[in-house]
Each structure stands twice: as structure tokens, then as C-alpha cells.
Design a protein around this ligand. Structure first.
Ligand code: GLA
Length: 376
């Protein structure tokens, strides 16, 4: 069954906005394979808003824009599948999509059938132009039902930006992932804002239905459709670490055809991806730092008893990461310590007992895989 762990892939929006076409999508698919992203687990190639004509055809079907997609969606999905990848598309619960193309409102079943015919494996489903008095819950339940019965397994990626208390109903409506934030922009402020908005939503994320903190901006460097100043590689590392700790789907947003070495190595950090893809699917809980309120520790229980521990300095000055192990449930008298393995440097720090302290530069993080060890 699809969607047990957080979905991983690439989406066209962050870089291209509505300026997409079949050549770009094919080149993105090629790059995902050639750059080793597919081997690292990224599998969905998702076309976001702007792929259709402004009107449905005489049979009420959505029509791909023939100038952007002259070969049609079936041929494009065949191409993506031939690369061993999966094919995703975008629609909206409202009358129109956010960029003003036809939405699926009251066409849910015919659209699901169309997507199935095209070989679609993933549907991102937005929330713009929703008739004001329609209950959003009903609209997501409808599309979930249509997808489940269209004859093809299609992952349902809901995108209502976390409004209308969607954490209380989206999982049971049938979504495999659901946006718990507004849109990400390529800046540290945006990353910080989205991450902090997730506090308190940890327990609404789990296998087959994950909180989605929006697409990654790693490697965008202030280019593309969501530019807002860009980030440093250290900030992109913190962003990626946070999304892994929060179980967020990992949907790459940069131009994968032009990634530099740093971007590639951040996006393919195998040990961090393993934390994100952990089969128990528990989103990290948080502990505020002892010395600095700007430091937040994320603790993610993993299959088999290990923990992922990530300390983030959200502040703009140097901070101290001071973690007392009793705050994680480990009493000093228990006779155990944590063996710490650094997931960015690969360093093994040996077994630490009682606590661990390190300096953290602004916007930086440390991530460890921690293994419980008997010390006496
Ligand atoms: C909304 C979504 C974005 C993107 C755009 C497309 O803003 O949140 O992720 O899909 O619509 O118009």
C-alpha cells in the first residue's frame, strides 16, 4: 500500500510556477535518476498548477495545454514511468486552481477517472476558489472517495494550508499527506516560521497520513518562483534536518537539472533520509533549550529503540545546545548513556552520560542518531 512513509519526490512549483512544459518535466525526471536522487528514495515527479487549458472540453474533461504538453499526459506519464519513477499531477477542491485554471469542484469523479487513464500516481489537491459555504471536509472526502475507486492507486496529497482545523479531520478524510502550513518561500525566516507553526501538531502525523510542511527550498539560492533572499548551505541543512525530524514529505523544489554538489549532498544524506522514512512514522517531540530559548531540541523515537536527536538554533546569535538526558526519559540512576553518531559529519562521539552540551552557530543544527548503551 502506498504512503506508509513520508512521500519523497520533486514538484515543479518552487522553481517554475506555471511556466512548465513537457520538456522541463522530462529533463527533471532524467536528472532525478542521473543525480542519484532516485536511488536516495525520491520517486514522485509532480506537475503543479498551470498544466491545463482554461476550459474543460465538451465531455467535461480537463485538457492538458497543447502548447505546454503537446504529447499529452499519458505519454508524459509513460516517460516518467520508464525511468522507474512515479507521476503526479495537481488539481483543486475549488472551482478554480490557485492560478485560475479549472478546479475539480463537482467534477471529482470524472477527474479521478481521467487521472487514472493518464497513469497518475499522486494528486496534489489545493483549496483555492472553494465556494464559501461548502464544508472543506466534504470536498476532501469526495476526492478521496473518487481516487480510491478510480481503478488505480493514487496517493492523495491534500493542500488546504492547515486551515479550517484540518489537523482534526484531514487524516480520516483519506489524505496520505496534508499541508499543515501556508506556502514556503526561499528564506530562513520562512523556514523558521513554518517549523515553529508545527509545534503542537506532532501527534497528527503518522503512517499513511503525514503533516506536510511544504516543499523543500534546499538548493534554490534565491532563484525561481518562491525566491525571498535565499539561504546559505548551513540554513538549507537545518531546513532539511527539520523536515526529516518532522516526518514531512520530502518534495524537492529546486531545479534538479542544475544542482551543485552541496545541494546534492544535502538532499541525499542517507542517514537523515532514514530518520524521515523510519517505519514507525513518529514525528519528533520538542524540548526547549536550558540556556537559550532560541534552541529547540527535536527528539524522534525510531524503530528498534534508537532516537534521532536534532538541536536547532533558531536565533540570530550563538547559542548553547544543552540537552539533559532525563528530559528524554533517561534517569541518571538507570545506568545507561547515549552513544552519539553525528548525521552531518559522520563522526562518532562515543557514549555520553547524563547530558550533552555544544555551541550552536545561528540558524545551525546538530543531528545525532543516539543508541542507548549500558555504562555500568
Ligand atoms: C497554492 C499552494 C502551492 C502551489 C500553488 C499553485 O498556493 O499552496 O503549493 O500549489 O497554490 O498555484
Amino acid at each position: 500500500m502506498t504512503g506508509h512513509t513520508p512521500p519523497m519526490g520533486w514538484n515543479s512549483w518552487n522553481t517554475f510556477g506555471v511556466n512548465i512544459n513537457e520538456q522541463i518535466i522530462k529533463e527533471a525526471a532524467d536528472a532525478i535518476v542521473a543525480a542519484g536522487l532516485a536511488d536516495a528514495g525520491y520517486q514522485y515527479v509532480v506537475i503543479d498548477d498551470g498544466w491545463s487549458l482554461r476550459e474543460r472540453d465538451g465531455n467535461k474533461r480537463l485538457v492538458p495545454d497543447p502548447e505546454k504538453f503537446p504529447s499529452g499526459m499519458k505519454a508524459l506519464s509513460d516517460y516518467v514511468h520508464s525511468k522507474g519513477l512515479k507521476f503526479g499531477i495537481y488539481s483543486c477542491a475549488g472551482v478554480k486552481t490557485c492560478a485560475g485554471y479549472p478546479g475539480s469542484f463537482e467534477h471529482e469523479f470524472i477527474d479521478a477517472e481521467t487521472f487514472a487513464e493518464w497513469g497518475v500516481d499522486f494528486l496534489k489537491y489545493d483549496y483555492c476558489y472553494k465556494p464559501r459555504d461548502m464544508d472543506g471536509r466534504l470536498l476532501y472526502r469526495r476526492m478521496a472517495m473518487a481516487l480510491k475507486n478510480c481503478g488505480r492507486e493514487i496517493l492523495f496529497s491534500a493542500c488546504n494550508w492547515g486551515i479550517d482545523d484540518s489537523h482534526l479531520w484531514m487524516r480520516s478524510a483519506g489524505a496520505h499527506m496534508w499541508r499543515s502550513t501556508y506556502d514556503i518561500l526561499d528564506s530562513w525566516e520562512s523556514i523558521k516560521k513554518l517549523a515553529l507553526q508545527q509545534l503542537g501538531k506532532e501527534c497528527y502525523s503518522g503512517p499513511y497520513s503525514y503533516n506536510d510542511v511544504d516543499m523543500l527550498v534546499v538548493g534554490m539560492y534565491n532563484k525561481g518562483n518562491v525566491a525571498l533572499g535565499g539561504c546559505t548551505d548551513e540554513e538549507y541543512k537545518t531546513h532539511f534536518s527539520l523536515w526529516c525530524m518532522m516526518n514531512s514529505p520530502l518534495m524537492i523544489g529546486c531545479d534538479v537539472r542544475k544542482m551543485n554538489k552541496a545541494t546534492r549532498s544535502i538532499l541525499t544524506n542517507k542517514e537523515l533520509i532514514a530518520v524521515n522514512q523510519d517505519l514507525e512514522g513518529r514525528q519528533a517531540y520538542t524540548i526547549t533549550g536550558w540556556h537559550s530559548k532560541d534552541v529547540i531540541h527535536y527528539i524522534k523515537p525510531l524503530v528498534g529503540g534508537d532516537y534521532a536527536i536534532c538541536s536547532v538554533n533558531f536565533g540570530d546569535s550563538k547559542g548553547w545546545s544543552h540537552l539533559e538526558f532525563w528530559d528524554l526519559g533517561l534517569p541518571t540512576a538507570a545506568g545507561y548513556g547515549f552513544e552519539l553518531h553525528d548525521l552531518w559529519t559522520g563522526e562518532n562521539l562515543g557514549v555520553k552520560t547524563e547530558s550533552y552540551m555544544t555551541a550552536l552557530e545561528p540558524h545551525c543544527c546538530k543531528v545525532f542518531r543516539a543508541k542507548l548503551k549500558k555504562v555500568n
